[in-house]
Design a protein around this ligand. Structure first.
Ligand SMILES: NC(=O)c1ccc[n+]([C@@H]2O[C@H](COP(=O)([O-])OP(=O)(O)OC[C@H]3O[C@@H](n4cnc5c(N)ncnc54)[C@H](OP(=O)(O)O)[C@@H]3O)[C@@H](O)[C@H]2O)c1
Length: 256
């Protein structure tokens, strides 16, 4: 059965995977609420979605690094039946050399905002007895990453958190899904500031969205999916390697 959302909120819709989610959901007939900081891009996408798919697309500019962002946005937008927690960014470098304020921001956007938004919008969906929450994790979630210690830990949190809430929401008919992309062709690596954070073959944002929608279309939506067969195999292999070897390998791959 095809997943047919009616009103979807997408964070990080100004670029990359988030913009691709917005287009794919609009193509399925969903109205959209578009969230990010770059308001001009959100307005351009909203106009495109309206003219191409005839849906209503609202723009809700927000800096997700701010505390209390979930209840604040829920108050501004009202309920949605689909929440895509996609906004996120990574930093690269040794912890001892890092800008600690930037690392805190990374945790606030990648982790705190995602929890706050899930907690703020999920009760409406549980009460309605349907809906979906998609949280974008990463293949970075499957092992510690020297050189990107905060990002790897943040995405491990996202995956673990999401898959626990999957269990809590399932009896109420609400689908909760973690999606773990590998290297994906977006502005992500411009923000990281180095291509050495990319491991493996690149996918497109549309590949990642297609993986997520296939999982949402399934009658029994799993707690999590990895996008791309090679990425899924690599993620599965991490379970069988000794921890010391796994960390050394990931440190060599990312810090090279
Ligand atoms: N690309 C990859 O290789 C890859 C791999 C695995 C996982 N991911 C994950 O996929 C998600 C989407 O990333 P992407 O690849 O599409 O990268 P991207 O093109 O850089 O997009 C990131 C989005 O997050 C938004 N964002 C960042 N900080 C924000 C803040 N403080 N407040 C509000 N919005 C903020 C950006 O919007 P504004 O700048 O306009 O605010 C932008 O729309 C992220 O969670 C990322 O960790 C990416």
């Amino acid at each position: 059965m095809s997943f047919t959302p009616t009103r979807s909120l997408v964070t990080g819709a100004s670029s990359g995977i988030g913009a691709a989610f917005a287009r794919a959901l609009a193509a399925r007939g969903s109205d959209l609420v578009l969230v990010a900081r770059r308001e001009d891009r959100l307005h351009a996408l909203a106009a495109e979605l309206h003219s191409q798919y005839g849906v209503t697309a609202e723009v809700a500019p927000a800096d997700l690094s701010r505390s209390g962002i979930g209840p604040e946005l829920r108050e501004r937008t009202g309920p949605v039946d689909t929440l895509i927690n996609n906004a996120g960014f990574a930093t690269h470098g040794l912890l001892a050399d890092s800008d600690l304020a930037k690392l805190e921001d990374e945790i606030h956007v990648d982790v705190r905002a995602l929890v706050s938004l899930t907690g703020a919008y999920l009760p409406d969906q549980l009460a309605a007895g349907h809906g979906a929450v998609v949280n974008i994790a990463s293949t970075a979630s499957f092992q510690p990453i020297p050189g990107m210690a905060v990002y790897g830990a943040a995405k491990a949190f996202v995956r673990s958190f999401t898959e626990a809430v999957w269990h809590e929401a399932r009896p109420h008919g609400v689908k909760v899904l973690s999606v773990s992309p590998g290297a994906t062709r977006t502005e992500f690596f411009d923000v990281v500031g180095t291509p050495s954070a990319a491991v493996g073959r690149f996918q497109t944002p549309e590949d990642v969205v297609a993986t997520a929608l296939r999982a949402l279309d399934a009658r029994r939506t799993p707690p999590g999916v990895v996008s791309g067969r090679a990425n899924a195999m690599t993620a599965a292999m991490t379970r069988f390697l000794p921890q010391r070897m796994l960390i050394d390998l990931s440190g060599r791959l990312v810090s090279a």
